[in-house]
Design a protein around this ligand. Structure first.
Ligand code: LLP
Length: 464
């Protein structure tokens, strides 16, 4: 087991690492749990000072449980590491596609982070959460005219992805102040992660092709309606390799130099997100510091060589800020043993609240919250409750003997779980609580059956 702690930071003794109680050891899964996780005297898992079993009694099941301390710690770690290693200005943006809701945006904002949004809906949430428009960066490869108008009116930074968008922006901006944009460029840098979450390679739907660079810079430099302030790239997600982001940083400085030759003074450089996290014992991602430091160094060195002033450096982590801060608690129900094959243990959620296993074959680990020190004697497959054979959350989970009513906690569910949740089979989406110092606040109300039919319309002629 590597010594990666749950924010993905490997610095035992760092000011950000609260000591865990050694008497309440919860290894081997300790590192996958939020920082405040411990086992209490009832042998029950506690997060943020709240007993998970009690939370489920109070708020229902399934339940997303978000640990405020772990989230804030990761925000601080990113923010302060940039301050430590980068001599210019820096701004960390939370990639809110990982989990976009009012409370999470408000926490990131209160830690000094800006917000990366990827749709009008995410933008609306960030603005409603009180995030200042100048700290919002709006991404997307096919923003609608209505979304662009909304973004222009709100005064946020728009990360222009393609020619159609640039031309639409020029058209829409004519009556207004010049629109503040960054250009998203495809770097042609590959990395090893799931095919669906690679974005930096040339065959990507995102960003301007590098072959278009001269034409794009020429066009942008001639448009009074556009105030182009920087460049952006994002090469993918759940990345463990270190070299791709170094290469990206070096390449992006070359883009700044090239832009200067077109009379464009670009002052912002946004390297995107992508740092991976520990989902299982075999994952060994770089720490936040190991990711941030070389990026800062490469940019500083390259700017010295190119004789460029240091740009404002931005990045957009999502997963590595929030994944480990959250667990999902489920209630165990039925089970089925197929002799010599496997035992299925079913829970009251599944692919609707965590679509990652069925979408990306993602692997998760789980513990039984009300039996934390029971011996791990069973190898079972955790099945969801959807009418779909592929609805399996974990294959071959090592658990204590379970019975209906036990609380299964799946770890590392903060990123791309709620944000990708659906109502498949018309399951209401779970509630989410924010826990800190023994207090639990509801941040997402559980959907009801009424919510499920709220948008349904029954034509008069079908009414019986
Ligand atoms: N910036 C941009 C432009 C992005 O597209 C993304 C993620 C990020 C930042 C944040 O990347 P992160 O730090 O979270 O790796 N649904 C997939 C992940 C899709 C990532 C999409 N873009 C999953 O569940 O693994």
């Amino acid at each position: 087991m590597v010594s990666t702690h749950p924010t993905g930071v490997k610095h035992a003794g760092s000011q950000y690492l609260p000591q865990r109680s050694s008497t309440n050891a919860i290894s081997p899964n300790q590192e996958l749990l939020p920082l405040t996780a411990k086992v209490n005297s009832s042998d029950s898992l506690e997060i943020g000072g709240c007993d998970v079993t009690t939370l489920v009694q109070q708020f229902g099941s399934p339940l997303y449980i978000l640990d405020e301390e772990t989230l804030r710690t990761a925000c601080q770690q990113y923010r302060d590491t940039f301050k430590q290693y980068y001599q210019g200005e820096s701004q960390v943006l939370y990639a809110s596609k990982a989990w976009n809701c009012l409370a999470v945006c408000a926490i990131a904002n209160s830690e000094g982070l800006g917000i990366d949004v990827a749709s009008g809906g995410e933008l609306y949430t960030a603005i409603t959460a009180g995030v200042s428009p100048d700290k919002i960066y709006y991404h997307g490869n096919n923003k609608s005219r209505a979304e662009l108008l909304y973004a222009i009116d709100a005064g946020v930074n728009i990360v222009a992805d393609n020619w159609y968008e640039l031309q639409t922006l020029v058209e829409l901006a004519q009556q207004q102040q010049p629109v503040r944009i960054l250009l998203r460029l495809t770097p042609g840098i590959d990395c090893h992660t799931h095919d669906y979450i690679r974005t930096g390679h040339l065959d990507s739907k995102f960003g301007f092709d590098p072959g278009d660079l001269d034409e794009v810079f020429t066009y942008v430099s001639q448009q009074a309606a556009l105030n182009c302030v920087g460049v952006h790239a994002h090469i993918g997600s759940q990345i463990f390799e270190r070299q791709p982001h170094r290469d990206l940083a070096a390449l992006m400085v070359q883009w700044l130099t090239k832009a200067a030759s077109y009379g464009l003074t670009l002052t912002e450089l946004d390297v995107g997100g992508g740092l991976g996290i520990t989902y299982t014992e075999s994952d060994d991602p770089p720490s936040i510091e190991e990711w941030v430091k070389p990026i800062c160094e490469v940019i500083q060195e390259a700017c010295t060589v190119e004789n460029l002033p240091l740009p404002k450096l931005l990045c957009e982590p999502g997963r590595s800020l929030i994944a480990t801060a959250c667990v999902t608690a489920y209630t165990i129900g039925s089970s089925k043993t197929i002799p010599n094959i496997r035992t299925y243990v079913a829970i009251d959620g599944g692919m609707s609240d965590n679509p990652r296993p069925i979408t990306y074959q993602s692997v998760y680990r789980a513990v039984v919250a009300n039996k934390m020190s029971a011996p791990l004697t069973e190898k079972v497959t955790i099945a969801g409750k959807h009418c779909e054979s592929g609805d399996v959350l974990i294959k071959d989970a090592l658990l204590p003997k379970t019975q209906p009513g036990d609380i299964l906690v799946v770890m590392g569910t903060g990123a791309y779980n709620y944000s990708m949740a659906s109502n498949y089979n018309r399951l209401p989406r779970p509630a989410a609580v924010l826990v800190v110092n023994g207090e639990a606040n509801l941040i997402l109300q559980r959907e009801t059956y009424q919510d499920l039919i709220r948008q349904d319309r029954l034509p008069e002629r079908l009414k019986s």
